[in-house]
Design a protein around this ligand. Structure first.
Ligand code: HEM
Length: 410
C-alpha cells in the first residue's frame, strides 16, 4: 500500500491505474492505506450495473472535500449531497435542464459564441490564443446566461476563473496529495487564500441572485423555467447560503468541464486536417450553423472527442449490496477472476480508462469520428463520460448544446 500511496499522490496519477487495468484486469482492489481501499471497476457492464443501481450512493467522505465554503461554513450542494437532501434539491431544479429547454440553450450558445468570435477573432486577426482558457471563459458566459439569466462582464469572468481555480486546486489537488493541509487554515497562507477564493466566488453568486431579484421587481424575468427562477421559488433551499452554494456549484461544475471538452476537440481537429476537410464537405449543403449543429457528422466528432477526453476522470460510489462480477477474460493475461465486491465497498469507475480501452474500441488512442457510424453495442455501452443512473450529470443537455454549436461554427 505504501507504493500505491506514492503513485496515487505522484505525477503519474491517474494513468498508473489505467496501466494496472491493462495488466491485471478491469476489476481489482487498490489498497490505499492500511485501513482503506477502493475497488477499481473498469468493466463496462459491471460499471453500468453499479451506476444504474439506485442503491449505489456517493461516498460523502470523499465528496465532502469539495463542499463550498460560504461565510466561513462548509456548505453542501447538489454534487456533494446524498440521501433526502439530494433528492429534494434534484427535484426542485432538474426541470431547468429538461429537453424542452434545449432550444433556448442553443440560442444562448449562438449569441455568446458570436460575441466571442467578434471580440477574439474578427477584431484580432492572426492573433493566437490559449484555446483552453478561452473555451472555459466562453462556457462560463454561456452557463451564466442560459441557467442564471446573467450576462457576465470581462472582469467577472476573470475573477471567477481565477478564484474558482485557486479553490479547486487546493481542495481537489493539493489536499488530495497532502490531506493534512485541510487542518492548516490558520497558519498556511495558501490554504487561507483558497478559502477566501471560495468566498469570492460566493460573492459573485450573490450578485447573480441580486440581479435576478431586481429583474423580478421590474417584471422582466424570463418566462422559461430557468434554474435561477426554480432556485428562488421552489422552497427547497431554506437559507440564502444554500442558494449561494448551489449557484457556485453549478457554475463551477459546468464551465471548465465543457470548456475543456471543446478545447480538446478543437485541438484534435487542428491535428487532423483531413477529417476537417471531409466533414466540411459533408455539411456544405446545409444552409446555416444551426443545421450544422444538428448534423450527424458534428455529433460524431463531439462523441469521439468526449470518448478520448472525458473531462471527469473518476466517479466514486459506495455499493449497498454485494456485487457479483463475472470473469470477463478481457485482461491481457486473462486472470480476472469471478469475485464479489462486498456491500459497503467504495468503487471507482474511470471513464477515461473505459473510453481508452481496446476491449471496447479499436485503436483507442486515435481520434476517429467515423467509428461512431454503426458502432458496436460494446462501444455504446462503454460510453459514459457523463456517468449514468440517478447521479448522472444534470447539465449534459446544456453541455451537448454548447459542444455541437461551438464545434460546428468554429
Ligand atoms: C462536457 C461537459 C461535462 C461533463 C463531461 C460532465 C461530467 C459529469 C460527470 C461524470 C458527473 C458525475 C460525477 C460523479 O458522480 O462524481 C457529473 C455530475 C454533475 N454535473 Fe456534469 N459534466 C459536464 C457538464 C456539466 C454542465 C454544463 C453542468 C451544469 C451547468 C454540470 C453540472 C453537473 C452537476 C450539478 C453534477 C452533479 C449531479 C448530481 O450529483 O446529481 N455538468 N458531470
Amino acid at each position: 500500500f505504501l507504493e500505491t500511496a506514492v503513485k496515487l499522490t505522484g505525477d503519474d496519477f491517474p494513468w498508473f491505474i489505467s496501466r494496472l487495468a491493462q495488466s491485471i484486469g478491469p476489476i481489482f482492489r487498490l489498497r490505499i492505506t492500511p485501513f482503506a481501499d477502493v475497488t477499481v471497476v473498469n468493466d463496462a457492464s459491471v460499471a453500468r450495473a453499479i451506476l444504474n443501481d439506485p442503491s449505489s450512493l456517493k461516498p460523502r467522505k470523499l465528496y465532502k472535500r469539495i463542499d463550498k465554503v460560504v461565510e466561513g461554513k462548509r456548505v453542501q450542494y447538489l454534487t456533494t449531497k446524498e440521501g433526502e437532501m439530494w433528492t429534494h434539491t434534484k427535484k426542485s431544479i432538474s426541470h431547468a435542464f429538461a429537453h424542452q429547454r434545449v432550444k433556448n440553450m442553443k440560442l444562448v450558445c449562438f449569441e455568446k459564441l458570436e460575441e466571442w468570435i467578434c471580440n477574439n477573432i474578427d477584431s484580432k486577426p492572426g492573433k493566437s490564443f490559449d484555446v483552453f482558457e478561452e473555451m472555459q471563459r466562453l462556457s462560463l458566459r454561456v452557463i451564466c446566461k442560459a441557467v442564471f439569466e446573467y450576462d457576465m462582464t470581462d472582469e467577472e469572468v476573470d475573477t471567477f476563473v481565477t478564484e474558482n481555480g485557486t479553490y479547486l486546486f487546493e481542495v481537489a489537488s493539493k489536499q488530495r496529495m497532502h490531506p493534512w493541509r485541510k487542518w492548516c487554515k490558520s497558519f498556511l497562507p495558501s490554504v487561507r487564500r483558497a478559502h477566501q477564493a471560495s468566498e469570492n466566488t460566493a460573492l459573485f453568486a450573490r450578485r447573480v441572485l441580486a440581479s435576478y431579484r431586481e429583474k423580478v421587481r421590474f417584471g422582466v424575468e424570463s418566462r422559461e423555467d430557468t434554474l435561477i427562477k426554480l432556485l428562488e421559488n421552489s422552497g427547497a433551499f431554506e437559507t440564502e447560503v444554500e442558494k449561494i452554494a448551489e449557484i457556485t456549484g453549478l457554475i463551477s461544475g459546468g464551465y471548465h468541464t465543457t470548456g475543456h471538452a471543446i478545447a480538446w476537440i478543437l485541438l484534435e481537429l487542428a491535428k487532423n486536417p483531413k477529417i476537417v476537410e471531409n466533414y466540411r464537405d459533408e455539411i456544405k449543403g446545409m444552409p446555416n450553423a444551426h443545421d450544422w449543429a444538428n448534423s450527424d457528422c458534428i455529433q460524431r466528432i463531439v462523441r469521439e472527442g468526449l470518448r478520448m477526453y472525458p473531462v471527469i476522470p473518476h466517479v466514486f460510489r459506495e455499493v449497498d449490496r454485494n456485487i457479483h462480477t463475472k470473469s470477463t477474460g478481457m485482461s491481457t493475461n486473462k486472470t480476472s477472476p469471478h469475485f464479489i465486491i462486498p456491500k459497503g465497498s467504495i468503487i471507482v469507475v474511470q471513464p477515461f480508462a473505459l473510453l481508452r480501452s481496446s476491449n471496447y474500441y479499436n485503436s483507442p488512442d486515435t481520434f476517429d469520428p467515423s467509428r461512431w457510424i454503426n458502432p458496436s453495442k460494446e462501444a455504446i455501452d462503454a460510453f459514459m463520460p457523463f456517468a449514468l443512473g440517478r447521479r448522472t450529470c444534470i447539465g449534459q443537455r446544456l453541455a451537448y448544446a454548447e459542444l455541437y454549436t461551438v464545434v460546428a461554427k468554429l
